[in-house]
Design a protein. Structure first.
Lengths: 132, 346, 219
């Protein structure tokens, strides 16, 4: 178990961890998680670092390339994700703690899937051309 | 003009999947200080929305506002905003000129009646019938009232459009005024700044397109999410202010140590804007990071608030001459009073 | 022009001119009053009288021992509040800045925290003195509108100053505006009421001291 005692003087980190706990309980009991927008809070870089450090690293890390790079890591608490979105220039545009079974952005979208399906005939034709 | 395609389709055609849109919505809800839970809603609404017609009129201005907004476009994800609106009239950017331009304006208004957003930069001169700024023989005031009448909402971009700005500075020879002083009965949002922070305009536009109304405004009609705090509230030099460590000149030890610029005239404590958090030039820095105090450019009448280099604690002096006159008048008055007193007592 | 711009510009200039002109008027008037003729020859020479006058300015800061038991509390409170005002005005960084801006004089400031504590003490002693004025039967009888107005116009700058330093109940702009305006009100009223004792206290003590010295009484 992670020892949080060294943080007791850092009230902000403590409050955020309490909120994560609340969201996680909501996810378990009522199947509704939520997110915390870390950039919308008056947190110093060192405070964010401390928070990151104490949430730790879990089993999954995903890199997304959608209009810029995004990194989504599961923390040592399953269901709690550390999400960082950057734009095309590498500038961070959002930093969140997400509490969810899977972060919504990872799920394939219906419209996108349909567009993919529409591309299948062309793809098949190309493959057929190569094998024959 | 009005296109049948939804934004989701437009973006899909251009190779942006819904993930990009969701990511954009996450960034925007964060920027607008909305709860993160609204991001999927915003993304879904944007995907369904149509491009929104924007008519942009420039009045007494320097084009600095437009320059800033255009320069902000490059690789940032916020550039997506340019896919969400259709800039149907903007004199500096469009190819049409003269009678063609006037026709474009008429057509844009007719095609989007009641639905377009009207963006204004520059103040409006009202003195002498508004003769000091005319386009195609029409005064700014006339154009504003006519085109605002059919607008869904009016965006006053920059300090001039919001409060009159530099054209309104003393002695205000043209009788310049801001939009909100001249237009009533329309939703108006002020995005002051000389120039304004581009991300604020993106935020307001996205909010309007996805939710159909303006974001929450403060008592000066500014979007609260960006103007709710002062520069001073978010300033990284704030600890020095609290400790009483002030730079006394621009090249002293304190200035080199990055101490607070209050005594060098910083207006950060009374200036509401988002410079300290959003910063400028793609998040590079903001003026205080370059060692210059905030000049308060997003506040009404900032040009008339005395020297940029006089601290907020100080003010303008009455001058030695006037002080001398006051002294003289006082002594003379005392003399007269004393003499009349003596006469009475004898 | 915003209210703050007014306060830092024309408001400040006007208040300064009224204060300077009004003070000149009052003091010139007093100095030119007909002097009562002294019929007796002075006991000591002119130099001695000047010394006596100057000495009285300072000796009167400390009351005679016989009076102590009766006035210790009020003297303590008023000294706290007067010294407090001096510390605030001469020690607070923004105040030194104003003085520097107008007169080119400057000196090191006191830490903000200390000035705030002193302001709190000043405020508390002023409130205590007001209660004393209201509940003390004789003092109440002697008090005029001038006393209460002068008290209020000194109290407001101290109060708004404390609020400004904490930047809590309202925005910095609002508090700064109120603070500057309250100081300006005080400046405008200063020559015309009892607040002029900032100057007259010294004149009257000196005049009394000279008179006493002339008569050979203790100064
Ligand atoms: S530099 Fe300006 S905004 Fe920053 S702390 Fe000092 S006074 Fe406030």
């Amino acid at each position: 178990m992670t020892d949080f005692s060294f943080l007791t003087d850092d009230k902000l980190v403590e409050a955020l961890l309490m909120e994560v706990a609340g969201l996680l309980r909501g996810l378990i009991d009522r199947d509704e998680g939520g997110s915390i927008d870390l950039r919308g809070l008056p947190l110093s870089p060192s405070c964010i670092e401390t928070l990151d450090r104490c949430l730790g690293q879990g089993e999954i890390s995903v890199v997304l390339d959608a209009a810029g790079r995004s990194e989504i890591r599961e923390t040592s608490l399953p269901g709690v994700w550390w999400t960082k979105h950057a734009d095309g220039a590498g500038r961070v545009i959002a930093l969140l703690i997400e509490v969810a079974v899977t972060p919504a952005i990872l799920r394939a979208d219906l419209a996108d899937m349909k567009r993919g399906l529409d591309r299948m005939p062309a793809l098949l034709a190309k493959t057929a051309g190569r094998t024959s | 003009m009005e296109s049948a395609e939804t934004l989701g389709e437009v973006l899909g055609r251009r190779g942006f999947g819904r993930r990009s849109l969701l990511k954009f919505a996450i960034a925007m809800t964060s920027s607008l200080a909305l709860p993160p839970a609204l991001a999927p809603v915003m993304a879904a609404n944007l995907a369904k929305a149509k491009r929104r017609s924007v008519i942009w009129l420039s009045f007494q201005e320097c084009t600095g506002c437009l320059e800033t907004l255009l320069r902000s476009s490059s690789p940032s994800i916020e550039a997506l905003i340019f896919d969400f609106v259709s800039l149907d009239y903007q004199e500096s950017l469009m190819a049409a000129a003269g009678a063609d331009a006037e026709r474009t304006l008429r057509e844009a208004v007719a095609a989007n009646k009641g639905e377009y957003l009207l963006a204004i930069d520059g103040s409006i001169p009202v003195k002498d019938g508004g003769v000091y700024s005319m386009t195609g023989g029409r005064s700014n005031l006339g154009m504003l009232s006519e085109i605002a009448a059919d607008a869904k909402a009016v965006l006053a971009i920059g300090t001039c459009a919001a409060y009159g700005g530099i054209p309104k500075a003393y002695p205000n020879p043209t009788g310049a005024a801001g939009v909100e002083d001249l237009i009533s009965g329309k939703p108006i949002v002020n995005i002051p700044g000389c120039p304004p922070v581009p991300e604020v305009l993106s935020g307001v536009l996205v909010h309007f397109i996805s939710f159909g109304h303006l974001p929450e405004l403060d008592d000066r009609k500014r979007p609260l999410a960006y103007f709710g705090t002062t520069i001073h509230d978010q300033c990284y030099r704030r600890p020095f202010y609290d400790q009483g460590k002030f730079a006394k000149s621009f090249d002293d030890e304190g200035a080199r140590q990055g101490w607070c610029l209050f005594e060098l005239g910083c207006k950060g404590p009374v200036t509401h804007n988002a410079c300290a958090s959003l910063k400028w030039n793609g998040g590079t820095s903001f003026p205080i990071e370059s060692g210059h105090g905030c000049i308060g450019c997003s506040e009404p009448d900032f040009w008339d608030a005395g020297s940029f280099y006089t601290s907020l604690a100080g003010g303008s002096s009455a001058g030695w001459r006037n002080t001398g006159i006051a002294l003289g008048v006082g002594v003379a008055g005392g003399l007269a009073a004393a003499l009349s007193g003596r006469r009475k007592s004898t | 022009m915003t209210l703050l711009d007014f306060a830092r510009g024309p408001g400040l200039q006007g208040a300064w001119l009224v204060m300077v002109g009004g003070t000149a008027w009052r003091i010139a008037g007093i100095l030119l009053l007909r002097q009562r003729l002294h019929l007796a020859a002075p006991r000591i020479g002119f130099a001695g009288r000047v010394r006596g006058g100057l000495a009285t300015v300072f000796t009167r800061f400390v009351p005679r021992r016989t009076f102590w038991p009766r006035i210790a509390v009020s003297v303590g409170l008023s000294s706290t509040f007067h010294l407090g005002l001096a510390v605030i005005v001469l020690g607070g960084a923004p105040h030194i800045q104003v003085i520097h801006q107008f007169f080119w004089l400057t000196w090191p400031s006191l830490p903000k925290g200390l000035v705030v504590i002193v302001s709190g003490l000043t405020l508390a002693s002023m409130i205590a003195l007001l209660f004393r004025r209201i509940y003390h039967p004789v003092l109440r009888l002697l008090s005029t509108t001038d006393d209460y107005l002068s008290w209020l116009l000194v109290f407001l700058p101290v109060l708004t100053g404390i609020l400004l330093s904490g930047e809590t109940i309202a925005s910095y702009r609002t508090l700064l505006t109120l603070h500057i305006l309250s100081v300006e009100l005080m400046m405008v009223w200063l020559p015309f009421g009892k607040l002029l004792h900032v100057k007259l206290a010294f004149y009257s003590r000196a005049a009394m001291g000279m008179n006493f010295a002339r008569k050979g009484a203790a100064t």
